[in-house]
Design a protein around this ligand. Structure first.
Ligand code: S3P
Length: 442
């Protein structure tokens, strides 16, 4: 997939108006399929994100012996094989562009006595896997991989998994989740300590499926997660709320186009995912929360966002885990603000679908925005309205593609991207949904 490059151009064309519901949360969708595959019996999932990344996780779950069936838009049923019950796959597990699918499945497979080969596209093949393989090897898995641990690699799961105490060296929910998923097969307690709390969807889903999991505060910003191994996971219905990381694009698009008014329905407000909302409000964005409610164990609300005059702010490093995927679109908002925005502590952006620190700065500069990288910080000098007129290289990165298109909706001159095809990994209907709000994409 994604073999055909597809350029797309966004241009200014008046305000955005209307309502939309962005697709289901990507992080929860991956986990829904993986946990369902590890439960005994049938799990029903509704609101599943049907983007390429998640579909690849579904295929991998099927290759590992679960039955994975689609019963309508976003409606899926999975018959799981039980913790430790994956069958050896006949073919290479292909994860396409998805670090989450690949790293979480590495964890799930590490606790099974099978051998599986993992691969992905050129972007995923460049991303670090050593960070995940190291704790999985301590649990008892073996890896046959290139010295740098990159894909493709073969994982030999542990025959007798060992429970470990793992202090995460980087704030990464994928890494934490891989260890917890492997820990499901180990006797005794698997403990993950994170110095800075990252998204907690794995912990919540473990509890939802009946595993015993304890979460304790650790230091000022961190958590200690204690999982009792070898539970029988019981199937539970899963309702996937709308993805705040996808909502981020129409949210910023409406904020930067004068006289816009857009309602985004049912957006998840998990505090470990809400850093962008906090930051945009500090910048002066006009965002109202309507109809707060609970969906699938998460607080959600409809967000009403109107065009506003934004100003530059300091974004502390401590906020990075709660908005790690939102920096490209925040950088776009910052380029429409008056004054300087400094985003601190963005080291992890260098190992996303692209080197997002570099690709975000390049996106801004080709469109006439002054931007600098200083150490791990990104500094954007906003002047109200960027010139635009640039051609943005997206580097197989869906979030760079969507951020650049949003920029073109407000900049003086159109913004063109070299390749829109990767948007389908996380938000397949992004372009038609934005066009319905009034965006000019051609
Ligand atoms: C994710 C964790 C984050 C994030 C990714 C989704 C997850 O990655 O960037 O889009 O679902 O666990 P890291 O764990 O590498 O920070």
């Amino acid at each position: 997939m994604n073999s055909d490059r597809m350029s797309l151009t966004a241009r200014r064309d008046g305000p955005l108006k209307g309502r939309l519901r962005v697709p289901g949360d990507k992080s929860i969708s991956h986990r829904a399929l993986i946990f369902a595959a590890l439960a005994v019996g049938e799990t029903r999932i509704s609101g599943l994100l049907e983007g390429e990344d998640v579909l690849n996780t579904g295929k991998a779950a099927a290759d590992l012996g679960a039955s994975v069936e689609r019963h309508g838009a976003g409606e899926w049923r999975v018959h799981g094989v039980g913790v430790g019950g994956f069958a050896e796959p006949q073919q290479t597990l292909e994860f396409g562009n998805s670090g989450t699918g690949c790293r979480l499945m590495l964890g799930a497979v590490a606790g099974c006595a099978i051998t599986a080969t993992f691969d992905g596209d050129a972007s995923l093949r460049r991303r670090p896997m050593r960070r995940v393989l190291e704790p999985l090897e301590r649990i008892g898995a073996r890896t046959l991989a290139a010295a740098d641990g990159r894909l493709p690699l073969t994982l030999v799961g542990a025959r007798e998994p060992i429970p470990i105490v793992f202090e995460a060296p980087v704030p990464s929910a994928q890494l934490k989740s891989a260890v917890l998923l492997a820990g499901l097969s180990a006797p005794g307690e698997t403990i993950v300590v994170e110095a800075e709390a990252t998204r907690d969807h794995t912990e919540k889903m473990l509890a939802h499926f009946g595993a015993e999991v304890r979460i304790e505060p650790y230091g000022d910003l961190g958590r200690r997660i204690v999982l009792a191994g070898q539970p029988e996971l019981e199937p539970q219905p899963i309702v996937v709320p709308a993805d705040p990381s996808s909502a981020a694009f129409p949210l910023v698009a409406a904020s930067i186009t004068p006289r816009s008014e857009v309602i985004l329905e049912g957006v998840m407000l998990n505090p470990l995912r809400s850093g962008l909302l906090t930051t945009l409000r500090e910048m002066g964005a006009a965002i109202e929360q309507l109809e707060m409610r609970d969906e699938g164990g998460e607080a959600v609300a409809d967000l009403r966002v109107c065009g506003a005059n934004l100003h530059g702010v300091e974004v502390p490093a401590s906020r990075a885990p709660a908005m790690i995927d939102e920096y490209p679109i925040l950088a776009v908002a910052a380029s429409f603000a008056e004054g300087t925005t400094r985003m601190h502590g963005l080291k992890e952006l260098r190992v996303k679908e692209s080197d997002r620190l570099a690709s975000t700065a390049a996106m801004l500069r080709t469109n006439g925005v002054e931007a600098e990288i200083e150490g791990d910080d990104l500094i954007v000098h906003g002047k109200g309205r960027p010139a635009g007129g640039g051609l943005v290289t997206t580097h197989m990165d869906h979030r760079i593609a969507m951020a650049a298109l949003v920029m073109g909706l407000g900049s003086e001159r159109p913004v063109k991207i070299d390749d829109a095809s990767f948007i389908a990994t996380s938000f397949p209907d992004f372009a038609p949904m934005m066009v319905r709000l009034g965006a000019d994409f051609a």
